[in-house]
Design a protein around this ligand. Structure first.
Ligand code: PMP
Length: 361
């Protein structure tokens, strides 16, 4: 099986699992306890916080651990997005849906100036799009304009972290969310960066853990795994070779593949390919039967074969959106795997074209 769905999730690396295991077994303490079990758990959490903070150039006390990027994004939107919120067309559902219920407006980063005049207080943008892989351009300049208008700036760096360099000072953002499971850590643990001095009320209140910014007993094994994964996920080791070879083979096949957003700066591992008129869900099923795990549109939004909402919002035709399959490679994906994935996809399309139905046998 060739795994080409790293934007959905990445496998947990072995050193990450090794780092977590003691905290399921003998070191099961609650970091809030005063005795040795608690103190050892607290020490492990503090070490992990330093590793995670270092990955984004933040200070440890600017970091809050959450249950994942969905919670981090909701914390920012619910806490700072109630008085004028702007989002882009590239947002993940964990921004898009709460933003819509808060009455947010969609904006094109290039037209930001106009919209900011209407008094937005929070601008939330996706740093790297989970579907197209597109990178948000000119971030420091966007941050300057947002701050000049008196608004706060949130970045969703869930897909960017570990794949490209992410530094909160260079990006000049006030909030930034990301998640362990996208960079080789466990699922169900994420982080939210809150710039020192910026006030943000908690989404989850209770026992006052994490200096009152997110209550709930800390997920110690998860946080330790997040720390180990953040230390190991080095963007310098993430090349675009596998993705580029994959796209080169599709382009050379002469089949009517539409490669989306290839003319813009993208994440190094993401390839969004559409076959207008095909059903992406069926193509993904046929790919899996042929030994390749990919996804249709955004894997995070469920299993339906609905055309991608994000591609429709970006102005792609409905047929292109409905036939879009995402292949996402990881730092560890090989060129041989990319070649096999491309060959399988080409065989499926040839079979489809011959019979008018997807049938790889
Ligand atoms: N934002 C983006 C851009 C994502 O790709 C994802 C995960 N698909 C999320 C947020 C949500 O992350 P989590 O699974 O940690 O809640």
């Amino acid at each position: 099986m060739i795994y080409c769905d790293f934007n959905a999730t990445a496998p947990c690396r072995q050193p990450v699992i090794d780092a977590m295991l003691p905290f399921f077994r003998e070191e099961f303490g609650n970091p809030a306890s005063r005795h040795g079990f608690g103190l050892r758990a607290l020490e492990a959490v503090e070490q992990a916080a330093a590793q995670v903070a270092r990955r984004i150039g933040a200070e440890v006390d600017e970091l809050v651990f959450t249950s994942g990027a969905t919670e981090s994004n909701n914390t920012v939107l619910q806490g700072a997005g109630r008085r004028g919120l702007l989002i882009s067309r590239h947002e993940h559902a964990s921004i898009y849906r709460p933003a819509r219920s808060l009455g947010a407006r969609l904006t094109d980063p290039a037209e930001l100036e106009e919209v900011l005049k209407d008094g937005a207080r929070l601008v939330a943008f996706n740093l790297a799009c989970h579907e197209t892989g597109e990178l948000l351009a000119g971030v420091p300049e966007l941050a300057r304009r947002i701050h000049a208008a008196g608004a706060l700036f949130h970045l969703d760096a869930t897909q960017a972290a570990g794949k490209i360099p992410v530094d909160v000072h260079e990006l000049d953002c006030d909030f930034l969310s990301f998640s362990a499971h996208k960079l080789g850590g466990p699922k169900g643990v994420g982080a939210l960066y809150i710039r020192s001095g910026v006030e943000l009320p908690p989404l989850i209140d209770g026992g006052g853990q994490q200096r009152g910014r997110r209550s709930g007993t800390l997920n110690v094994p998860g946080i330790v795994g997040f720390g180990a994964a953040a230390r190991l996920a080095d963007p310098a080791r993430f090349s675009s070779c596998a993705r580029d070879r994959f796209e080169e083979l599709l382009a050379a096949s002469g089949l009517p593949f539409e490669l989306i957003a290839t003319d813009r700066p993208r994440l190094p591992g993401t390839s969004l390919v559409s076959l207008p008129g095909e059903d992406a869900g069926k193509l993904v099923d046929a790919l899996y039967a042929a030994g390749v795990a990919a996804s249709a549109g955004s894997a995070c939004s469920g299993r339906g074969s609905e055309p991608s909402r994000l591609l429709l919002d970006l102005g792609y035709p409905a047929l292109t959106a409905a036939g879009a399959v995402r292949f996402s490679f990881g730092a560890e994906s090989s060129i041989a795997e990319a070649e096999e994935a491309a060959a399988a996809f080409i065989r499926i399309i040839q079979a489809t074209n011959r019979k008018g139905v997807v049938d790889v046998n």
